[in-house]
Design a protein around this ligand. Structure first.
Ligand SMILES: Nc1ncnc2c1ncn2[C@@H]1O[C@H](COP(=O)(O)OP(=O)(O)OP(=O)(O)O)[C@@H](O)[C@H]1O
Length: 351
């Protein structure tokens, strides 16, 4: 992927995630205000209108990202800048854990020195991909995709990944695992109808709010035969069923996300895969048919979701030794009004 294509994508700047946000299985609709064009706000991927002036301005002193840089170029590329070599501790030299961590986690000086592309957060929270024009050590002059030129502090830039990592299907493959890079990857994939992305063992799903050509018998067959490795609910479900049969241990799939994130739909997609795989007895269709009945009694239209489940669901599916579905037990539970309020306002809390 060329620099140009990356720049094009950043014409839709990325909005920052809310404070305290954690990637937790299903990104859903964080920060989403309404349907329609604002759908992508679920992952903070919205067009923005930036009122910044064209003049060179003093920016970003207090706009340090504050995000952990979990990775660093040196460690991954094997390249070590001359200056940096001097600061690398000799083997067996005593370095405290915290100082070693900060040395290896802060790659901002390296990135700005090498004039690598970096993310810059505007005052409205959106992220823009910046090109470093000059670097005087502490202060840098950067240019944004819309042509604006800004003078910023070094620590206000967040490293961006090389274009070759655009759209990787596992966030763990990113050299720089920071907020804008994660959002950019999810946006990049979403734009190509790839709504599923792995974050190590966790599957991140972006609610597409439209039909995406990712389901059905051909896909089920492909995941069953393992002819595709693209992240998918089918792949997660396939792993669960295979490990259950191999290890003879119960498996759980936990689907989390805020209201309207797509949990119920995801559960149905997983059940369809299980039914296709472990079917034959006819009972799998009966299990799937419970959904409309439960939804008829337990769902309601809310601001966030036209078909919002007003109850929690624990679906237990039993299999015979041959891997066929032999029965199911569906438990529902009601939550307090406070629970729903918190779920729908994205207030962090614990049950
Ligand atoms: N994979 C998908 N493909 C297409 N549309 C989807 C998908 N997942 C979710 N949606 C859309 O999003 C809507 C909300 O999804 P869903 O009801 O599953 O959310 P939820 O997380 O269960 O919400 P709640 O917690 O309020 O019950 C669905 O009615 C559907 O229109």
């Amino acid at each position: 992927m060329s620099m140009r294509s990356k720049a094009l994508h950043t014409l839709q700047p990325i909005k920052s995630l809310p404070p305290g946000f954690k990637v937790n299985g299903n990104l859903g609709r964080d920060g989403m205000e309404s349907r329609g064009d604002s759908k992508l706000r679920s992952s903070g991927l919205v067009p923005s209108s930036s009122p910044e002036s064209n003049a060179i301005t003093e920016e970003a002193e207090d706009r340090t990202s504050g995000m952990g840089l979990f990775n660093e170029d040196l460690a991954y590329s094997g390249k070590v800048a001359d200056e940096d070599l001097e600061s690398v501790p000799l083997p067996f030299q005593s370095v405290s854990a915290s100082s070693r961590e900060s040395r290896w986690s802060d790659t901002t000086p390296y990135v700005s020195k090498k004039k690598l592309q970096s993310w810059f957060q505007l005052s409205n929270g959106n992220w823009e991909l910046a090109k470093i024009i000059t670097n005087s050590g502490i202060e840098l002059v950067i240019s944004l995709p819309d042509g604006k030129v800004l003078k910023v502090k070094q620590d206000s830039l967040v490293p961006a990944n090389p274009d070759i990592l655009d759209g990787v299907d596992d966030l763990m493959q990113l050299s720089y695992l920071n907020e804008p890079s994660v959002l950019y990857d999810l946006q990049y994939r979403y734009n190509q109808n790839m709504i599923y992305t792995k974050a190590g063992p966790v599957l991140v799903a972006i609610n597409p709010f439209k039909k995406v050509p990712l389901y059905g018998n051909n896909y089920i067959e492909a995941y069953r035969r393992k002819t595709t490795e693209s992240p998918h609910v089918y792949a997660i479900t396939d792993t669960a069923i295979r490990e259950m049969i191999r290890d003879e241990v119960n498996q759980s799939i936990i689907i989390s996300g805020e209201s309207g994130a797509g949990k119920t739909e995801t559960a149905k997609i997983a059940m369809q895969y299980l039914a296709a795989l472990g079917g034959g007895s006819g009972i799998e269709h009966e299990i799937l048919k419970t959904n409309p009945i439960l939804e008829a009694f337990g769902n309601a239209k809310t601001l966030r979701n036209d078909n919002s489940s007003r109850f929690g669901k624990l679906i237990e599916i039993h299999f015979s030794e041959t891997g066929k579905i032999s029965g199911a037990n569906i438990q529902t539970c009601r939550f307090s009004a406070v629970y729903w309020l918190k779920l729908e306002t994205s207030v962090p809390f614990s049950l």
